[in-house]
Design a protein around this ligand. Sequence first.
Ligand SMILES: CC(C)(COP(=O)(O)OP(=O)(O)OC[C@H]1O[C@@H](n2cnc3c(N)ncnc32)[C@H](O)[C@@H]1OP(=O)(O)O)[C@@H](O)C(=O)NCCC(=O)NCCS
Length: 167
Amino acid sequence: MLIGTIMRGALVLYYRMRLGKVGRNFRLGLGSTILNPSQVSIGDDVYLGPGTFMTSPTAVVIGDRVMFGPQVMLIGGDHDLSNSEVPLRFAPPPPNPPPIVIEDDAWIGSRVTILKGVRIGRGAVVGAASLVTKDIPPMAIAVGNPCRVLRYRTGVAPAHGSGAPGS
Ligand SMILES: CC(C)(COP(=O)(O)OP(=O)(O)OC[C@H]1O[C@@H](n2cnc3c(N)ncnc32)[C@H](O)[C@@H]1OP(=O)(O)O)[C@@H](O)C(=O)NCCC(=O)NCCS
């Protein structure tokens, strides 16, 4: 328990020195890895659960009071698929991939994977094990693979064709 607390504190200290920006009261679970941390900006009172993994050749922006369950993955890169002559192993990322943005007060459930260019809106909830390939609107509760809006925390119905049950 004490060892765990010390290890978590050391991990946070390590990333505090490397992240592009990090706010107050940042908490990060054990076993987390943030590649290219200088590209990553984190707001105040953020909690990222154990086993968080981030890799992105471009910016990742995480707002205030964002919460991650365990083993969330932010995968902001791809290999360039346009030249079939180049082995993918050596294919560079496509130029200028869009950033991943997670707005204030979003809650990302355990084992969610978020791909490049996705924006999770303010106060949105992403259900456990979802694969997010497109933006999620503010205050949505979204689930599944691919991730679709189930309903809104405000009680507004999801747009037709959102993939929610009955749409
Ligand atoms: C998204 C979530 C908040 C929704 O909870 P809820 O509002 O109680 O939703 P319900 O359990 O009533 O489920 C509603 C429907 O969505 C489906 N659903 C719920 N969560 C789902 C998920 N993560 N992936 C796919 N479908 C999901 C249910 O099967 C149900 O489908 P149906 O209407 O066809 O039967 C919750 O299911 C969840 O995933 N929470 C995250 C838990 C977590 O990761 N915690 C980490 C610790 S911080």
